[in-house]
Design a protein around this ligand. Sequence first.
Ligand code: IPM
Ligand code: MN
Length: 357
Amino acid sequence: MKINLAVLPGDGIGPEIVEEALRVTEAVCTKFGHDLSYEHALVGAIAIDTVGSPYPDSTHELCMNSDAVLFGAIGSPKYDNNPSAKVRPEQGLLAMRKKLGLYANMRPVTTFPALIHKSPLRADLVKGSDFVCIRELTGGIYFGRPQGRSEDGNTAYDTCVYTREEIERIVRLAYKTAEQRRKKLTVVDKANVLCTSRLWRQIAQEIEKDYPEVETEYMFVDNAAMKLIQAPNQFDVIVTENMFGDILTDEASVITGSLGMLPSASMGIHTSVFEPIHGSYPQAAGKNIANPLATILSAALMFELAFNLTEEGKLIREAVDASMAAGIVTEDIAGNGKAYKTTEVGKWILDYINKKK
Ligand code: IPM
Ligand code: MN
């Protein structure tokens, strides 16, 4: 198969972790006889500093012309501590999501036996947790207009907007995903307060009838935040709006032990994007200590979801599991054991894949 990738490393640790995921992708392509080509492009703070825009047109064009996008992370303290900055790196990510039509963000949460002791929760609560959060990614309060400040600067507002079409397509995707899993869907909203949430719930109730095999549960977001730490293994598929999904997935990501482990896929109308769920971790940039596993696992998701190449994805997962079992891990998950460098972990996984018959 011909595979043509856009590689967007972004800021902070982005370049280091994407490099490892790209090497792994290359090795898998060689092993399975795929014809891989790729091109790098700028996004985030580095793109602002270099060309003045966090998601330059040339980057968008490359993404549109690629089969998938491998993305690192964006964000820089230079902007975080400056609320009046006119252009922000995050705008690049939001523009990319909107322009590529990436309305569905899938964040699978699985437990790694080797990591359970790192979870802030008791092992008996976490054990067996395996769910996927499907977050709506191009609507809601992130994009609703009006948004801004009053003339005197002392009032600010954001607007949460959802249309029937936006809700229907994500809820259907969630049902289809649930059908292929354990057939349970949790629709998370705040229908006791918000109008947009009441529309979500109404539409989900309509669609529910088309998927009789799937058990649907409706849950308010505050309750969901609690249940996620109280009984994470009760979830199978969660679907929710943009902002709730942002918050719940950060919470969900640490349940299994480390934020450095979780991959994500953003899919929709044009090219899909695969990226770790963690941020640019600027304190670690250039130190060769960042955990590359979330990005390497994002490459696995890319093979599976963008190209329907399940064996390729499986081999990457197997290599990642093996590296953890062998204790070849970065400092965030090393505990009392030896902490390996980003490149050492990547190299170990690469060797595993190359040696595999
Ligand atoms: C995420 C991030 C982004 C978001 C930021 C960087 C804009 O937190 O992908 O979850 O809020 O969506
Ligand atoms: Mn987030």
